[in-house]
Design a protein around this ligand. Structure first.
Ligand code: AVJ
Length: 323
């Protein structure tokens, strides 16, 4: 068979069925090697992330919670009677609870997440605590189109996208995602979105290199997940967590660096590592208020309000869809 044909058709579609397997093979055969950060959040990863949010060095969650608490009434002013709140990447319901408590006008809450265990558990707890609220969880990867429950078809829809998850995306992808969210939410929509701010590199560095090494565990858990779900044999002890601020691109980068030359078989593909070679596992972009507003405008959203914490570490923006 022509070698050329083989080079193009490297993977038999039948062999690699799941999106996870496809993305892992594509990422590990790319140069430089990379893996999408959305796969951090298996059940163990979601728990580790919750641990990260409580670390003394990890300021984003604390700052965002402070902003939401302080501005809950102003934020609630954006929710018309009977509106539906759609949360992208809901995870724990800690943040939305602050909004729900301040906005009894919200009739329906639609958490959208790929980590199903936490999604369903949090939904149950919210139903118990807010018996008049209709809670309609959607298990989906919000970076792909998904269907909103029919029950919210006629409601005014407000998007809630906290946690600076938007920072995981390349600015062009972030723009596409904001545009897509606008189409899904529909005319007159509001989006409440949390965005981490640019700041001194030492503070950023500490937040992603915590002394307790929970972030390292979170990063390395990706290899454990690949082992478990794709039957690979990575030794996490042969990789090291690297996180640093890339000033030119205004982003934290996380990598897994191979401590030695090694070969690992993944989905029938032999992946070779040079000593020191890395898998790029995450970007976490940091914006200024103006640079984020420019991004939002480019995606069809008009900046309506912005709130920050006392240190100016984190921002929460209210955007309204441009007519
Ligand atoms: C959930 C994407 C906002 O970028 O700060 C935390 C994920 N990675 N520590 C972030 C994360 C390492 C987090 N986001």
């Amino acid at each position: 068979m022509a070698a050329q044909t083989q080079a193009v058709l490297r993977y038999e579609p039948a062999e690699i069925e799941s999106p996870f397997a496809r993305d892992v093979v594509a990422g590990l055969t790319a140069r430089p090697k990379r893996l999408p950060p959305k796969y951090f959040y298996d059940d163990a990863g979601a728990r580790l992330f919750e641990e990260i949010t409580a670390l003394p060095e990890y300021y984003p969650t604390r700052c965002e919670l402070a902003i939401l608490r302080e501005r809950a009434d102003e934020i609630a002013g954006f929710f018309p009677d009977g509106s539906a709140l759609i949360e992208f990447g809901s995870g724990s319901s800690r943040k939305v609870r602050i909004v729900l408590a301040a906005a009894p006008t919200i009739a329906t809450y639609v958490p959208v997440d790929i980590s199903s265990q936490m999604l369903l558990q949090e939904a149950d707890e919210l139903r118990r605590d807010y018996p008049r609220l209709s809670v309609l969880p959607v298990e989906a990867d919000f970076t792909h189109p998904f269907v909103l429950p029919a029950a919210v078809a006629d409601a005014a829809r407000i998007g809630f996208f906290p946690g600076s998850t938007i920072g995981n995306f390349e600015p062009r992808e972030a723009s596409a995602l904001l545009r897509h969210a606008g189409r899904m939410l529909g005319a007159n929509a509001t989006l409440i979105i949390g965005v981490d701010l640019e700041k001194e590199a030492s503070i950023l560095h500490a937040a992603y290199n915590d002394a307790a090494r929970v972030t390292a565990k979170f990063n390395l858990n990706l290899l454990t997940r690949i082992n478990r779900e794709l039957d690979a044999k990575f030794n996490p002890a042969c990789f090291e967590h690297h996180a640093f601020f890339n000033r030119d691109r205004s982003r934290i980068e996380m990598h897994l660096a191979s401590l030695k030359r090694q070969r690992i078989k993944v989905c029938g593909e032999c992946i070779e590592f040079r000593a020191g070679e890395t898998i790029h596992t995450e970007n976490s972009y940091k914006y200024s208020i103006d640079s984020f507003r420019a991004l939002a405008r480019g995606a069809g959203w008009a900046p309506t309000a912005v709130w920050t914490d006392a240190d100016n570490y984190f921002s929460v923006h209210a955007l309204t869809l441009q007519g």
